[in-house]
Design a protein around this ligand. Structure first.
Ligand SMILES: Nc1ncnc2c1ncn2[C@@H]1O[C@H](COP(=O)(O)OP(=O)(O)OP(=O)(O)O)[C@@H](O)[C@H]1O
Ligand SMILES: [Mg+2]
Length: 509
C-alpha cells in the first residue's frame, strides 16, 4: 500500500473529530472510518480518536463478523506547504487543515472450527473501525496457553492481556533471545527461568558472567510489579550452582571431570601444544599405558608417566599439561550427572573466571552427557539455557561445544532436551542453531548485520519490522513463533528475583 495516502485531498480538520455525533453514538469506541479503495488484507482508515501504530482494531465484515486488524502505518496529512511553514515561523498566523490517516493490516477472524481466516471479499467503505476488544485479540492471535503449562512473560503491549509461552513447546522447539548488549536478554531470561522454576521444570543455565545466582534473592517490591501481580520472592531452595572456579564463585560447588572419559585428542584440544603431530600419539600411548593399570587417574599421573619416558620432544606437551593441571578441573572422581541435574530444579553452570577454551570444553562435556542421558531417559526432560551462545557456537570457526549445541538444536526435540539460545550477535551465531528455534524473543537490535540475520532467520518478520526492532524501548519485546499468528509486542513482566546483570554505575545516584 505504498503512496496510498497521496491522493487524499485535505478537508477541514474537523473531519478528524467528526461532528456527526450520531455515528459515533452508534459505534462506541469508534476510532475511524474505512475510506478509499478497500482490500481484503488491508484497508485505510480516517482516524477520529487518539490512535497509535501497532494498536489492534476491529472492523465489521458483512459475512465474517468482527475482524481483527493492526495499525501498520499512520500519517497526519496537512495542507501546510513549505512556504506557509516559513511564514508561520516568521510569526504569521496560519489556518492549518489536517487529518490523520492510518493503514490497517488485517489479521483475520476465527471460523466455526477455530481456524484463522481472512475475508475473501473486501470490507465496505464507511465501515466503523473500533478499538479491538481483548477477547477478540486473544481469540484471533492464538494466545491459548493456560497457566498450567504456560510461562507468564509479560503483557501484550497496550493491553492487560497476559502472554504465556507454552513450556512444553519451548522444550520441543527451542527459544532464541536476541538483542544488543544491555537490551534486556538476561533480564527476560531471568523472567523465563522464574516461570520454569514455578512450574517445577528442570533447567540448566550456562552462565558465563555469574549473573543467575541472584535468582536466589527476592527483588525489590514496586507498584509497577504489583500491576503485573508480581511479588518479590527468591528460588534459593530450587537452585544448585557449580563452577570450575570456586575461588571466584564462592556460592558454587566445584565442578570436576574424570580424565578417564577424555580422549587424547580432547586433552590436546585444550592446550596450545605446538607440534600436535608429535604430541597426539605420545599422549595416546601414555593414556593407554595408564588406563591398562589404573581405572581412575589424575593429570599428575599422565605428567609423571610422560616424564618417565625421558623424551625431550615431550617437554612442550608436559608444560601444557602442567597448565591444565593448575586449572584444577580434572579429578579422579568427577561431578556426577545426577548431582548436576535434579528434577524440578535449576543448575547454574557458573563459568565466570574460566578461560574461553576451557569453558568450551566444559560446555561440551556437560551438554554431551545431558544429551546421552536424555536419550536413555536417565534424567528428566529439561531446558538448557545458553547465555552468550556465540561463545560456544559461532558461525565462523568452532569451539569444543559447537557440535553438541548444533546436535541438540537439531535433535533435542526428539529426546525432550530443549534449548534457550541467547545472543547479542545474531549475525555471528551458527545459523543452523538459530534457525532451529521455534520461538523468538527479540528486544532492541541496532547493528544492521544482526538485524538482517534476525529478519532472515525468523518466519513472520517482515522488512518493515526492522525499523521497529531498532526502536524498541527497554522492556518491550517482540515475540514470534510459539503458535502465535502474528509477532506480538509485549511488556516484559518485572522480575520476582534480583537481576544479577544490573548496569554498573560509576556514580551512585
Ligand atoms: N524489562 C526490563 N525492565 C526493567 N529493567 C530492565 C528490563 N530489561 C533490562 N533491564 C535493565 O537493563 C539493563 C541491561 O539488561 P540485561 O542485563 O538483561 O542486558 P543484556 O541484554 O543481557 O546485556 P549483555 O548482552 O551485555 O549481557 C539492566 O540494568 C537491567 O536491569
Ligand atoms: Mg546478559
Amino acid at each position: 500500500m505504498d503512496n496510498d495516502f497521496q491522493d487524499e485531498t485535505i478537508e477541514d480538520s474537523s473531519a478528524e473529530y467528526n461532528e456527526d455525533t450520531t455515528y459515533q453514538d452508534e459505534h462506541p469506541g469508534l476510532i475511524g472510518i474505512v475510506y478509499g479503495d478497500v482490500g481484503t488484507a488491508e484497508l485505510k482508515c480516517s482516524v477520529m480518536a487518539p490512535l497509535e501504530k501497532g494498536e489492534y482494531v476491529q472492523v465489521p465484515h458483512e459475512s465474517c463478523g468482527p475482524v481483527l486488524g493492526q495499525v501498520d502505518r499512520m500519517e497526519r496529512k496537512t495542507n501546510l506547504s513549505v512556504d506557509k511553514a516559513i511564514k508561520m515561523s516568521q510569526g504569521e498566523l496560519m489556518d492549518i487543515q489536517e487529518k490523520v490517516l492510518a493503514e490497517i493490516t488485517i489479521i483475520g477472524y476465527r471460523d466455526e472450527q477455530g481456524l484463522l481466516q481472512t475475508p475473501r471479499a473486501p470490507f465496505k467503505a464507511g465501515s466503523p473501525v473500533t478499538r479491538a476488544d481483548d477477547e477478540l485479540i486473544t481469540k484471533v492471535i492464538g494466545i491459548k496457553c493456560g497457566e498450567k503449562t504456560g510461562a507468564f512473560i509479560g503483557m501484550l503491549s497496550g493491553h492487560d492481556i497476559p502472554i504465556l509461552l507454552d513450556i512444553n513447546d519451548m522444550v520441543s522447539k527451542h527459544v532464541s533471545i536476541l538483542a544488543k548488549t544491555g537490551g534486556g536478554k538476561s533480564y527476560v531470561t531471568g523472567v523465563l527461568v522464574e516461570e520454569l522454576l514455578k512450574h517445577d521444570a528442570t533447567v540448566m543455565v550456562i552462565d558465563p558472567h555469574g549473573e543467575y545466582g541472584s535468582l536466589r534473592d527476592p527483588g525489590t517490591p514496586s507498584e509497577y510489579a504489583e500491576k503485573f501481580g508480581i511479588h518479590p520472592r527468591g528460588y534459593a531452595d530450587q537452585i544448585a550452582e557449580f563452577s570450575p572456579d570456586t575461588k571466584t564463585n564462592k556460592d558454587a560447588k566445584p565442578l570436576r571431570f574424570t580424565l578417564g572419559n577424555l580422549e587424547a585428542r580432547d586433552i590436546i584440544s585444550l592446550t596450545n601444544v605446538k607440534n600436535v603431530r608429535q604430541a597426539l600419539p605420545a599422549l595416546k600411548k601414555v593414556l593407554e599405558m595408564i588406563k591398562a593399570t589404573k581405572p581412575t587417574f589424575s593429570m599428575k599421573d599422565i605428567i609423571r608417566t610422560l616424564e618417565a619416558q625421558e623424551d625431550a620432544q615431550n617437554v612442550n606437551l608436559i608444560q601444557e599439561l602442567l597448565y591444565l593441571d593448575d586449572i584444577n578441573i580434572f579429578a579422579e572422581r568427577g561431578t556426577k550427572l545426577d548431582e548436576l541435574v535434579q528434577k524440578g530444579k535449576m543448575t547454574i553452570l557458573n563459568l565466570k573466571g574460566t578461560a574461553p577454551d576451557i569453558a568450551g570444553l566444559i560446555v561440551n562435556r556437560v551438554l554431551t552427557s545431558l544429551f546421552e542421558m536424555r536419550k536413555i531417559n536417565a534424567i528428566p526432560p529439561m531446558l538448557v539455557v545458553v547465555d552468550e551462545a556465540v561463545n560456544y557456537c559461532p558461525q565462523q570457526g568452532s569451539t569444543a561445544a559447537s557440535k553438541i549445541i548444533r546436535t541438540i538444536a537439531a535433535e533435542g526435540r526428539k529426546f525432550g532436551l530443549g534449548m534457550v539460545v541467547i545472543t547479542q550477535r545474531a549475525a555471528k551465531i551458527d545459523k543452523n542453531v538459530l534457525s532451529q528455534c521455534g520461538t523468538q524473543i527479540i528486544l532492541k537490535i541496532t547493528n544492521p548485520l544482526d538485524l538482517k540475520a534476525v529478519i532472515s532467520s525468523v518466519e513472520g518478520l517482515t522488512a518493515g519490522t526492522t525499523e521497529e526492532i531498532q526502536q524498541l524501548p527497554l522492556g518491550i519485546a517482540i515475540v514470534c513463533g510459539a503458535g502465535l499468528q502474528v509477532p506480538l509486542f509485549i511488556r516484559v513482566r518485572p522480575r520476582e528475583t534480583r537481576h544479577g546483570g544490573e548496569n554498573v554505575k560509576i556514580i551512585e545516584d
